[in-house]
Design a protein around this ligand. Structure first.
Ligand code: ADP
Ligand code: ZN
Length: 293
């Protein structure tokens, strides 16, 4: 089956034609402007390519409640032209195929479960640390939505006693995204994150915050695997630091081999690399195609 995948982000829209095995045949990237500019370019790319289903992993917040009249809408995003935009409905009307719709990070965790680092597992978490922090949660073989969808990137954290940086989240003084997403790192230290590569204190502090979030995800969701992706995680030393600090914070409380003696396989990089998002969108499309059969 030919499937369309759209990874809808605040800066770029990644579009791909692939199949239900996660192979990508054709791909393009469109910069994110207004819906009026951008969406016709997206649908134009897919039209005439013979796709039978479409999957969208979207920046949020989004409405995922199938009973809601605004199901498939982007809701109150800071990206103003997209507020209350009917993303899934528009694409479905334009392309005339079933559309699977979820958050970008729920798509990514699904892709990693289908074809990546969490292959075959029933419980996994994907955390992206990039321009924002987003968390996708897959539990007992299903993506978690609940009241809205998890917003665990805004998990509230304890501040480092020596960190006087004010934080960047307009809602919370001390949430993970406000303290540890890329823009927070860059504003706190006054340099691009890549240029801070050899400043050990930068990554110590980063790991201090990320490990708190990760420890809380373990305590709350009991995942079998945690996948950390996004631009900031290109600083690979962070993996070891986050593993060690998470173990320290849990302090032996969870008596499982994965945590006591297997952190290297428990907190890992995405096996799909930077394609976790777009492959996840294909996976959402494959599911929508199957559901409609
Ligand atoms: P997005 O979240 O917009 O999808 P990314 O996941 O690429 O995009 O994250 C972008 C953030 O990651 C930026 O804040 C940037 O500073 C940071 N970043 C990108 N590459 C690196 C790198 N090699 N090392 C550290 N930080 C990086
Ligand atoms: Zn916040």
């Amino acid at each position: 089956m030919k499937i369309g995948g759209l990874e809808a982000g605040g800066t770029k829209m990644v579009c791909a034609v692939g199949d239900e095995m996660g192979n990508i045949m054709d791909k393009t990237v469109i910069p994110t402007g207004t819906p009026e500019d951008t969406v016709p370019q997206i649908t134009g790319f897919f039209r005439g390519k013979g796709i039978e289903a479409m999957g969208i992993g979207c920046f949020g917040p989004v409405d995922l409640n199938r009973k809601s009249t605004t199901y498939g809408y982007i809701t109150q995003t800071p990206k103003l032209p997209w507020v209350n935009y009917d993303m899934a409905g528009t694409v479905k009307r334009e392309l005339g195929v079933p559309v699977g719709f979820d958050t970008d990070v729920n798509g990514a965790v699904l892709g990693e479960v289908a074809w990546g680092a969490a292959k075959g597992l029933e419980n996994a978490i994907y955390m992206t640390v990039g321009t924002g922090i987003g968390v996708g949660v897959y539990l007992e073989k299903k993506l978690l939505h609940g009241l809205m969808h998890p917003e665990a990137g805004h998990m509230l954290l304890g501040r480092h006693p020596e960190d006087s940086y004010k934080g960047r989240c307009p809602y919370h003084d001390n949430c993970a995204e406000g303290l540890a997403a890329g823009p927070a790192v860059e504003e706190r230290w006054g340099k691009k994150a890549v240029e801070l590569a050899d400043r050990e204190e930068v990554w110590e502090l980063e790991a201090y915050y990320l490990a708190q979030a990760v420890a809380n995800y373990i305590l709350a969701y009991s995942p079998e695997k945690i996948i950390l992706g996004g631009g900031i995680m290109h600083q690979e030393k962070l993996y070891g630091m986050v593993r060690a600090k998470t173990k320290e914070l849990l302090n032996g409380y969870i008596p499982k081999r994965e945590i006591l003696d297997g952190m290297e396989d428990y907190i890992v990089a995405p096996a799909l690399g930077d394609e976790a998002g777009i492959k996840g969108a294909l996976c959402l499309g494959a599911m929508a195609g199957k559901e409609s059969e």
